[in-house]
Design a protein around this ligand. Structure first.
Ligand SMILES: [Zn+2]
Length: 342
């Protein structure tokens, strides 16, 4: 008899425990916290498991063609996609581009009014914000493919609704460029400051996938001198061009980080801008009357490579996998924006 009671109470304890734990799972709000054994688990992801603020609920003031137009985030992102990435690219690459552009825009808006245009959240100047193209302008370029491409870009935005690239729970400076030389470049090697998520990583595109992957630019001594002195009048550019460029420093990824031109130290990316080279990944040869630059890839080399994203998509990688590859230590997730942003 004693024995039966012991078994009954054991069964009762087991049943009660089972009921308690399933009730706990069903209503996460009342359940005691689970042990923190999931590496990605943060307070934010538990509160916002699926997605953040929908694009349709975020209104942007976009400065385009000199006028400010209000539009929801999704319409703006389709306009950015039309201008920033070939619509013929793989859907997962276009989705990665949509998430990167959304992240870039939210990151920029979080810093408050933008000095160049305090009354607009974004503009169409690529030196300030992102390029932007209307449906009519894109249709003129796309011809008979226009309807198909419009639907494809709208799908790339809709399927990533509210998704953002996060580092430490915050939207990142999600920069991108066209094509790399096999690796991307860390921010610190190109610009003034480094960021933990903008580091050098491999990038799979090559001359098979990228038009004009290799380019050559030759400057006469006079043309080079005129261009460079306009930007840096303190340079000493006399005598043979063979002695003008010295101390070429490269990153491990092969990009020129700094070099001396006529005794003036410049960053590789600065010389790229001055000369209109396609990338800071270059070699230079000089003779008595000219300088020749051999360049690989296109763009500054920091963040997501667009052709690399397309190559990874062709290998079957998802948009989130592509972004988490190019932005070190990040994850793609929903993000709740402050609706009182402006
Ligand atoms: Zn701008």
């Amino acid at each position: 008899m004693k024995h039966d009671i012991r078994i009954l109470s054991l069964v009762f304890v087991l049943l009660w425990g089972l009921a308690w734990s399933s009730a706990g799972r069903a209503s996460a709000g009342n359940a005691p916290p689970e042990p923190a054994d999931e590496p990605q688990s943060t307070a934010e992801t538990e509160a916002e498991p699926a997605r953040g603020t929908p694009d349709a609920e975020q209104t942007l003031r976009v400065l385009h063609g000199g006028a400010i137009e209000e539009m929801p985030m999704d319409d703006y992102l389709v306009g950015v996609l039309r201008a920033e990435m070939p619509a013929s690219f793989e859907l997962e690459a276009l989705k990665a581009q949509a998430i990167a552009a959304r992240t870039y825009t939210i990151h920029k808006m979080k810093d408050g009014p933008i000095a160049n245009h305090p009354d607009a959240d974004a503009c169409d100047d690529i030196n300030c914000c992102k390029a932007y193209k209307t449906a009519d302008d894109a249709a003129a370029d796309w011809g008979g493919m226009a309807l198909y491409y419009e639907e494809k870009l709208a799908r790339a935005v809709a399927e990533t609704d509210g998704q953002v690239v996060l580092y430490g729970g915050e939207p990142i400076l999600a920069v991108f460029f066209s094509s790399a030389n096999g690796h991307t470049q860390s921010a610190g090697a190109v610009w003034q400051s480094d960021l933990p998520y903008l580091q050098s990583v491999s990038s799979p595109e090559d001359e098979e996938l990228v038009p004009n992957y290799y380019s050559v630019e030759t400057f006469s001594a006079e043309a080079f001198r005129a261009l460079f002195l306009q930007a840096r009048p303190d340079a000493e550019l006399s005598g043979s061009p063979e002695r003008w460029i010295t101390d070429v420093e490269r990153s491990g990824a092969g990009f020129v980080t700094t070099l001396s031109v006529g005794g003036v130290t410049v960053r590789g990316n600065e010389l790229r801008t001055i000369l209109g080279l396609r990338s800071p990944s270059f070699t230079v040869e000089a003779d008595e009357d000219s300088l020749t630059f051999r360049v690989t890839g296109y763009g500054h080399g920091v963040g997501m490579s667009q052709y690399g994203a397309n190559a990874l998509a062709l290998q079957g990688r998802t948009a989130a996998e592509i972004l988490e590859h190019y932005f070190t230590g990040t994850r793609v997730d929903g993000y709740t924006t402050d609706t009182e942003m402006h």
